[in-house]
Design a protein. Structure first.
Length: 241
């Protein structure tokens, strides 16, 4: 079976700086793939290339077997790839519900349909009771969940999560882990950037490791957690799933 997403020899240069260098890997349908590495390793840059914010300097990206590198972000979103951002950016003067309705319009033929979809997603993410609150009034944990809800409202086949657990307390982390597992149960494939190794090891089917823009390892959480290159570059000590 062809992969859902295939990254082939992708590099991204900014002037003389190589942010991503000859990275290749694939993501199959239904997987959760973790993307880890030190700060500055090129993880978010790779996300920006996948969803069209940047055009790759070299290489190509295929989604469902078709080349998407070079398309605009809105075109890639319409094809079925949604993402969250490391720094959450809700529409602050709008309610939680209206934030999600705005995303739901991508595939809704009427306002009623968009509202119904938004309300269902808010129930799914545990935000329904906050639906009438202005999004700027939400605490960080719920703003992170709202970011996920907005992405889900576009009906993605592939969801890119950029540090959705950063700044969360242990209870919020556990709640978000359960949400991500439920997203997978819906048949949505996930690529997640995360620094919390407990999270990555508990939810990922495979892990890809970047360092200085290059892929240095790929494998199961256990394999990556024991990999000497990964331990030296990032983990500091062996970690088991």
């Amino acid at each position: 079976m062809a992969p859902l997403l295939e990254i082939r020899g992708v590099s991204k240069f900014f002037g003389g700086l190589a942010a991503v260098v000859d990275v290749s890997f694939r993501i199959d349908r239904g997987e959760i793939v973790g993307l880890i590495g030190p700060n500055g390793a090129g993880k978010t840059t790779l996300f920006n290339v996948i969803n069209g914010f940047y055009r790759p300097s070299k290489g190509e990206i295929l989604f469902k077997g078709k080349r998407i590198s070079g398309l605009k972000p809105h075109q890639i979103c319409r094809l079925g790839i949604a993402r969250t951002f490391q720094v959450v950016k809700p529409l602050q003067r709008m309610t939680v519900l209206d934030n999600v309705i705005a995303s739901a319009f991508l595939r809704s033929s009427s306002k009623r349909e968009a509202v119904e979809k938004a309300e269902e997603i808010l129930r799914f993410t545990g935000l329904y009771e906050d639906k009438d609150m202005l999004s700027r009034g939400l605490p960080l944990g719920k703003r992170k969940r709202l970011e996920i809800a907005r992405a889900l409202a576009t009906d993605p086949e592939l969801l890119l999560l950029d540090e959705s657990f950063a700044g969360l307390n242990p209870t919020e982390q556990n709640e978000s882990i359960e949400i991500i597992k439920k997203i997978k149960e819906r048949g949505i494939t996930i690529l997640i950037i995360e620094h919390h190794m407990k999270v990555i090891m508990s939810i990922s089917d495979r892990v890809v490791v970047l360092n200085y823009g290059e892929k240095i390892a790929e494998g199961s959480p256990d394999e990556v957690g024991r990999n000497p290159l990964v331990i030296e570059a990032y983990l500091g000590e062996a970690i088991s799933a």
